[in-house]
Design a protein around this ligand. Structure first.
Ligand SMILES: Nc1ncnc2c1ncn2[C@@H]1O[C@H](COP(=O)(O)OP(=O)(O)OP(=O)(O)O)[C@@H](O)[C@H]1O
Length: 236
């Protein structure tokens, strides 16, 4: 598999008054196209900071983040916004669906920014809802869906514009085990059947075990290369 993401010596610091916090310290990471990678680590270890850099929501203090051959660390804010709208789908712990809109309308939202016709949008929204197994719930509002179904709608919204990369921050954190497992299976399918690359932050070892590879962050550094479940790790 070719590399989709190449992170070279990336550091991120935040300055608050006289205090400088460096949640990420000289990180290097390669992520293959079609890989499902999980990021674990204690609270405050820099997981969300790293996810936000990879998703182009924030920019590093130093280093390069090359995605699909493009160094996104060198893009302006406006260029990053445009880049993100094409290449990235973001999945949140608490779904972030708009309560007054139907599942269909929530999934359609990212497409309203494009020049697509209504008919083209309809085709894409129905295909995304079908892919997550909710074609029959298009007219339902979030309050009429279970948590697992809400997360499926949120995943349909994240994939409707066909991004290469999906980033998920604790996507199963608010779900019971059964719903969590079905969301993890869906994320796995998105990598294996549709070639998406998924990067997931989680505190749940079982969720992490569903990924192809798990990395542990501690104080802004990777402390170990975790187990590889779907591929065999090299013998130590
Ligand atoms: N915008 C910001 N300004 C200042 N400090 C920040 C900012 N964003 C994050 N930090 C700090 O960076 C560190 C890492 O935060 P981050 O949210 O990446 O951790 P995390 O591993 O995702 O934690 P959690 O598991 O609790 O979500 C923390 O000390 C946090 O306070």
């Amino acid at each position: 598999m070719s590399s989709l993401i190449s992170i070279q010596s990336v550091s991120k610091s935040f300055t608050k008054g006289k205090t400088v916090i460096t949640p990420l310290d000289q990180l290097t990471l390669e992520v293959a196209r079609g890989e499902f990678l999980s990021l674990m680590g204690p609270s405050g270890s820099g997981k969300t900071t790293l996810l936000n850099l990879i998703a182009g929501i924030d920019t590093p203090t130093s280093g390069e983040i090359i995605i699909n051959g493009e160094n996104i660390a060198a893009l302006s804010r406006a260029q990053l916004t445009k880049w993100r709208s094409v290449h990235v789908g973001y999945i949140f712990q608490l779904y972030h669906l708009v309560p007054i809109l139907s599942a269909y309308e929530n999934v359609e939202l990212p497409l309203l920014l494009s020049k697509m016709s209504r008919a083209e949008r309809r085709e894409k929204v129905l295909a995304a809802l079908d892919l997550v197994g909710l074609a029959d719930r298009a007219d339902h509002r979030p309050s009429e869906l279970s948590g697992g179904q809400e997360q499926r709608v949120a995943i349909a919204r994240a994939i409707v514009h066909d991004p290469d990369l999906l980033v998920a921050d604790e996507p199963t954190g608010d779900l019971d085990r059964e719903s969590a497992d079905s969301i993890l299976q869906l994320l796995n399918e998105l990598t294996e059947k549709f070639g998406k690359t998924v990067i997931m932050v989680t505190h749940d070892p079982k969720a992490s075990a569903a990924a192809h590879r798990s990395l542990q962050l501690e104080k802004g550094k990777f402390i170990e290369d975790g187990h590889l479940l779907n591929k065999q790790p090299a013998e130590q």
